[in-house]
Design a protein around this ligand. Structure first.
Ligand SMILES: Cc1cc2nc3c(=O)[nH]c(=O)nc-3n(C[C@H](O)[C@H](O)[C@H](O)COP(=O)(O)O)c2cc1C
Length: 233
């Protein structure tokens, strides 16, 4: 058997057969009623435990607003009844976009995001649901490709990550002031998007926890140090 396998099982019997073949200690229950129970997140209660993960559709407009396919996707997610819809990675500065069609929240696109929230909520309510809407604000850092070509921005050099990306060995790291300014923009939009009907969960870093973020250069950012974890509500 391969070291890793895709989760290709089509029903429970295929899964239990694989678990038996591996002699894995993996308890399986046919009772999924627990998923229908409410769950607390910060100061909120989500109506059930099903979650739509953040998944970039790369179908925003060139200026970063949600496009027709984006609206369609979130309306469909909403009608599905998940208790949490975690809206995909959204840039707050143009140079931090992962691709030219990544969502990008800024003054010129904010109205489109408000419409996305409104249409998503309407679709959920029409189907009898009231999900929590969370918005994932990101900067793509070393993976930035705002014009479709690699244009990495780094807060530190990494012996592990640099070789797989377009980071040059002599590429300068982002200056302290620029890093701080970016985190301030991020927090401002987190606050404004909360007013617009989504809930910023808390400030973290995309890959790894606080310690790895600190090691990855964020420790030198005053605003990040002050704001870490302050948004859970
Ligand atoms: C097309 C696609 C887009 C994704 N976009 C994001 C994203 O915007 N933010 C994020 O944190 N994870 C993103 N992910 C990761 C998913 O949210 C999810 O955690 C992951 O796919 C689950 O793991 P699995 O694919 O191994 O089942 C994406 C995954 C896919 C397949």
């Amino acid at each position: 058997m391969a070291e890793h396998e895709k989760f290709h099982y089509r029903d429970l019997s295929e899964l239990t057969a694989a678990v038996d073949a591996l002699a894995a200690a993996l308890p399986i229950s046919e009772d999924v009623s627990a998923l229908a129970q409410p769950v607390g997140v910060g100061r909120r209660t989500l109506p059930n435990r099903l979650a739509v993960h953040p998944m970039e559709g790369c179908d925003g407009t060139p200026d970063g607003a949600p496009g027709e396919l984006t609206f369609r996707r979130y309306e469909r997610f909403a009608a599905g009844g998940a208790g949490l819809i975690w809206v995909e990675a959204t840039a707050v500065v143009g140079e931090g976009r992962a691709n030219p069609r990544q969502l990008w929240l800024h003054a010129g696109s904010a109205a489109g995001f408000a419409e996305l929230v409104a249409r998503t909520r309407r679709a959920a309510e029409a189907a009898g649901f009231r999900p929590g809407l969370f918005l994932q604000l990101t900067h793509s850092g070393r993976y930035s490709k705002p014009q479709g070509r690699p244009a990495p921005i780094i807060a530190h050099h990494s012996a592990v990550l640099d070789p797989g990306t377009f980071v040059r060995p002599d590429q300068p790291v982002i200056a302290d002031d620029a890093l701080d300014a970016h985190v301030r923009v991020l927090l401002r939009w987190a606050e404004r998007s909360r007013d617009g009907g989504t809930t910023p969960a808390r400030t973290t870093s995309t890959s790894g926890g606080r310690r790895s973020a600190r090691r990855a250069g964020m420790g030198r950012c005053r605003t990040w140090r002050r704001s870490w974890g302050t948004w859970a509500r």
